[in-house]
Design a protein around this ligand. Structure first.
Ligand SMILES: [Zn+2]
Length: 245
């Protein structure tokens, strides 16, 4: 039973017994882990308040054989994202990030790039001068790419012809933009405005996701990403209705 150290984000906790809790965490080293924190419900436990939702902490866990929960032996707070409490759209966005990580990734499937982007997103959300929605869309695009679902934006997702901004549509089932000649066969297609196409490409390529989007572009982008992620997950994320569109 090797002891492993990891840096972790607390995504979800459930009371387990009178004194213990089960926590779902996302670690930089191992991806998602589910751990049993014995004594985690006691006021003065070894974990102090490190198991609060959306806390970044350093942990030590004992990996168990498959089928049983790993055991959390240490957790120390590295950072709390206090600013989330002051801005409801930032808080809902953070819960949405946690939901996607908790429900859409596998145990022990690490993606350090996703972990870093999640921490950067939680740090940025609610900060002065940071626009919440572009920052969240940037996280979604990084997550999609890392999970192998990055949408095709420069070529048609069906025929691979390079596209320009005229007459484009987006299809979740095709996995990206669809050129005019391929559109009739994509029944789930939605029109894609040139402005939204540009916004998607900018957010996918750069991490300068702080500029506010035009409200119409934001609305289109939110609906497009929501529809795509719902299609891929096979259900609508619970937090999606709270993200505004
Ligand atoms: Zn095409």
């Amino acid at each position: 039973m090797p002891a492993e150290k990891a840096r972790a984000l607390v995504l979800r906790t459930t009371d387990w017994s009178e004194s213990s809790r089960i926590a779902t965490m996302w670690t930089r080293e191992f991806g998602r882990v589910r751990v049993l924190a014995k004594g985690g419900r006691r006021l003065k436990s070894a974990f102090e308040n490190a198991l609060d939702l959306l806390t970044l902490c350093d942990i030590v866990l004992l990996r168990k054989s498959s089928g049983s929960l790993d055991l959390l032996t240490e957790a120390r707070v590295v950072r709390r994202f206090q600013r989330l409490r002051d801005d409801l759209s930032a808080l809902y966005s953070a819960y949405y990030v946690a939901e996607l990580l908790a429900d859409w990734t596998e145990d022990y499937d690490p993606h350090p790039r996703v972990f870093d982007e999640a921490v950067q997103t939680l740090t940025a959300l609610g900060a002065p001068g940071v626009a919440v929605w572009p920052r969240l869309a940037r996280f979604e695009l990084v997550l999609l790419r890392e999970l192998g679902h990055g949408p095709a934006l420069d070529v048609c997702a069906v025929c691979a012809t390079p596209v320009n901004q005229a007459g484009l549509a987006f299809s979740a089932s095709a996995g990206g933009v669809v050129c005019p000649s391929c559109q009739p066969r994509q029944r789930d297609r939605r029109p894609l405005s040139p402005a939204c196409w540009h916004a998607l490409r900018n957010l996918a390529e750069s991490n300068e996701a702080t500029r506010q989007l035009d409200p119409a572009v934001h609305s289109e982008l939110r609906q497009l990403l929501g529809q795509y992620i719902t299609y891929l997950m096979g259900r609508k994320p619970r937090l999606l209705p709270y993200l505004g569109s």
